[in-house]
Write a protein that binds this ligand. Structure first.
Ligand SMILES: Nc1ncnc2c1ncn2[C@@H]1O[C@H](COP(=O)(O)OP(=O)(O)OP(=O)(O)O)[C@@H](O)[C@H]1O
Ligand SMILES: [Mg+2]
Length: 312
């Protein structure tokens, strides 16, 4: 896996701002005839093209192979009501390709609801989720195709108890991605080796520890070759001595450029790995910033209280 470029939206906007003087020059250049035509009949660049080029966010200009890039996930004004309960209250967030976003906040603040809404395990009441350019809430979109590109790991691993580990991790790629058994198993072995569990391929889930089962749950999600991994408190049901082995797998994924949205109370992980920390309370995003900004200088009273309770 390649290391991907990480750019937050504000940086991209800033880059576009900085290019404004160039833009003005380009506009003037486009108006005037070129002083020295390169060659006769060489067409002058269209003004519109120059404007578009200069107004592109930096990451778009720099994208390798000239491909267009945009935020991998764009969430706009997401609302979720459970009866009278307002679980998500106007949540908007972009997740860039290769970015690791850690979501923190008190119990009941809507973190799981948000994560589960991203792949429509929870149907939002209103709002927009654009994933890889596709509006996930468009009735005409085949949700399953796009949902497969979002791997999800929960607190409880939900492995099939009557299937071997190998069967657990290859069933979806064979059924949904139509991979041959050979191809699915080859990929599974590669990923099992990565998490140090290839020798357990023929074991059953009940023969594994909690930490091992959670590493298998990560492999199961990765076997679907997702473009983003969503983790909802993946270590909070584990015995303390098993937390590290799961966080290590997540850290290595992050280092390899996997896009990740992680709900966790593991603040050490957030500090070390997150590009951005998002603090939620009462169904809203109250703060967002670098780990440094959020942990050292929380602005809202709610974030201060929450951090004091989890960091003490
Ligand atoms: N299926 C549901 N039906 C009704 N209310 C729900 C449902 N799921 C969540 N809620 C409520 O929505 C609110 C947000 O819940 P959510 O599980 O998203 O919080 P959370 O931040 O993940 O909390 P925790 O840290 O405890 O996991 C809570 O008040 C919760 O009780
Ligand atoms: Mg939760």
């Amino acid at each position: 896996m390649s290391t991907k470029k990480k750019k937050s939206k504000p940086a991209a906007e800033k880059a576009a701002e900085e290019k404004k003087p160039e833009l003005e020059k380009a506009e003037t250049a486009a108006k005037k005839p070129a002083e020295k035509p390169l060659k006769e009949k060489q067409p002058e660049p269209e003004k519109k093209e120059i404007l578009e080029e200069l107004l592109k966010p930096e990451e778009t200009i720099e994208a390798e192979g000239g491909e267009m890039s945009e935020s991998l996930i764009m969430v706009r004004n997401l609302e979720k009501h459970y009866g009278d309960l307002h679980a998500l209250d106007g949540v908007s967030m972009n997740i860039e390709k290769g970015e690791v976003v850690v979501i923190i906040g008190p119990s009941g603040s809507g973190k799981s609801t948000f994560l589960r809404s991203l792949n429509l395990l929870e149907m939002p009441t209103s709002g927009e989720i654009i994933f890889e350019g596709v509006n996930m809430l468009d009735k005409h979109v085949d949700i399953n195709v796009h949902r497969q590109k979002m791997g999800m790991v929960f607190q409880h691993f939900n492995l099939f108890p009557h299937m071997t580990i190998m069967k657990n991790v290859t069933i979806a790629p064979m059924k949904l991605l139509k991979k041959s058994r050979e191809e699915a198993e080859e990929k599974a072995h590669e990923l099992l080796r990565r998490v140090g569990l290839d020798d357990r391929a023929q074991s059953y889930p009940s023969q594994l520890s909690g930490g091992q089962k959670q590493r298998i749950a990560i492999v199961r999600a990765l076997c679907m070759e997702p473009d983003v991994m969503l983790f909802d408190e993946p270590t909070s049901a584990l015995d303390p001595e098993m937390v590290g082995e799961v966080l290590d797998v997540m850290k290595s994924l992050a280092k390899e450029g996997m896009t990740m949205a992680v709900v966790t109370h593991e603040m050490g992980f957030a500090k070390e790995v997150a590009d951005r920390v998002v603090f939620m309370a009462d169904g809203k995003i109250l703060e967002t910033g670098s780990p440094e900004e959020i942990f050292s200088n929380p602005k809202t009273e709610k974030a201060k209280q929450f951090l004091a309770s989890v960091l003490s």
